[in-house]
Design a protein around this ligand. Sequence first.
Ligand SMILES: [Cu+2]
Length: 631
Amino acid sequence: MKKSNIQPVRSHASGSRRHFLQAAAGAGAISLLDAIVPVWARSMSVLREQSGPGDDLLEFDLAIRAHRMDIAGGKGNVMSINNTIPGPLLEWYEGQDVVLNVRNEMDVDTSIHWHGILLPFEMDGVPGVTFRGIKPGTTFQYRFPLKQSGTYWYHSHSQLQEQSGVYGALVVHPKGPDPVVYDRDYVVMLSDWTFEDPHDVLAKLKKMGDYYNYQQVTVADILDEPTSEARSNAIRTKLAWDRMRMMPSDIADVGGTTYSYLMNGLHPAGNWTGLFKPGERVRLRFINGSAMSFFNVRIPGLEMRVVATDGQNVQPVMTDEFQIGTAETYDVVVEPREDRAYTVMAESIDRSGFAAGTLAPRDGMRAPIPPLRKPPKLTMVDMGMDHGAMQGGGMDHSGMNHGDMGSGGMDHSGMDHSGMNHGDMSSDGMDHSGMNHGDMGSGDMDHAGHDMGNAGPVVARHGPDHHGAGNAGVADLQRDRLGERGTGLENVPHRVLVYRDLKRLDDDFDDRPPGREIELHLTGHMERYMWSFDGEQFHEVDGPIEFNYGERLRLTLVNDTMMNHPIHLHGMWMEMENGHGREIPRKHTINVMPASRVSALITADAPGRWAFHCHLLYHMEMGMFRVVRVS
Ligand SMILES: [Cu+2]
């Protein structure tokens, strides 16, 4: 077996059947830390003896507690696992049985879900779906065999506890040789922390969906415009967006106004550090364990070889930056050759804040932190609008659905398009200045300078059923956006990973063609903060989505909204149809870009009831959740 040195990890003593998770002794740097973070997440190299895979059973004790603790430079009311945030790094071995005794020491119910792990559904840890939850003062024993390897994580699936700190990383080492070669191994867990009570955060969102979005266009922005013409254009644009009840900057529901972004439990000043010797190959296991945040990850000065996503090996891809959706994981290998520090930069998708740490040859070093880039804006592509449809004579507005704009009717005759200046809605580098919709209908539209950038092709249009009142602003055009860069990265001057780059490494593929297709629409109403599938919140649906045991099927996800939604299926892989035949990658969480259409092949080989939901915590809580039953 390959000797791993994820640093520092050892949560168990060799020879013992029971592996207590305890802090390593001798961590002399603790006093330097302003947060109580797990030993493994500190910059110290505390290598400890590893018990090999000789044990046929690994047993762990986890205790979930509510308490006050130092976090993100302050004192917060947290819920933690074994008194740390993130919880202990669990290291497992493919082929073994694991036993986890999870004790609830709080006065509310809790649970732990093993995200991405294939297991009997009773062990999946979703209250109300797979078990009753863990009552206060009781212990639930999870037990399951490990049939896979890779980078995963675990978290509470109860209420909003994930936001309070109930999450941790887990790594399953492969039974055979690891196809990924590396000298050092670090988990880099990204998360978001707020000192507010998560229930207050949700209450504010319900009152006003863009409560935390301070990047929306303000009067001051408008007054900043250089000319009076530009000012009146800006005002018209803002009015148009207001009428559509979306902000052009509405990229993230919750951002840096309340969040501190953490890397392995440390905010940027805490400077999580991974040590290396120049020339070593360093494996970084990025896990997005946030409640609501996407991150743009880069390490200035180092290129990254992407070797796995969602725990599954992929054919290596070189890149300079990737966007990681909530609950996704990416493993990369970097080879720092210089005797200097490198910043691991994880900028929130809306550029309202960042998590950052350091790769360095020695502790205490730091490289410059790159400034936050300009906040991105939603584009007409995100809205499901199509400039292409405007070409050649008359304007075609069928690309837009203004169903939510007035009384809810579809009356386009009352619409005033003069307020829309597409130039203001585009992202950097997209020049729409040649477009002035005020001229629409006069037949002299100037399309010069029009460039949709790298927008993927339109593959379908929305049908007449707009999924009722729970769905606002339906994107009419559905694009294949798997070849597109993540929101806001369209024009950065270096390589950016896209879903189309991902190909599985192994040859393990179910060659049966899908026997049927299930189409689900991702729907929502930002202003009322209602989120749903096919316009129905979870409490409104009358039964599960039925998969037939053993069948091969295609699940098609259509995002009717203007937001990214990271969609997670428990218990089974989604093989994302990104155009690579038998090499399509396995994912447990697929980010569905705004106004896009994505499909996945699924082999329904896991009987039971499984959760299926958006992994943005407050979206899930507000109804973007279903149960899949395999029988
Ligand atoms: Cu969502």
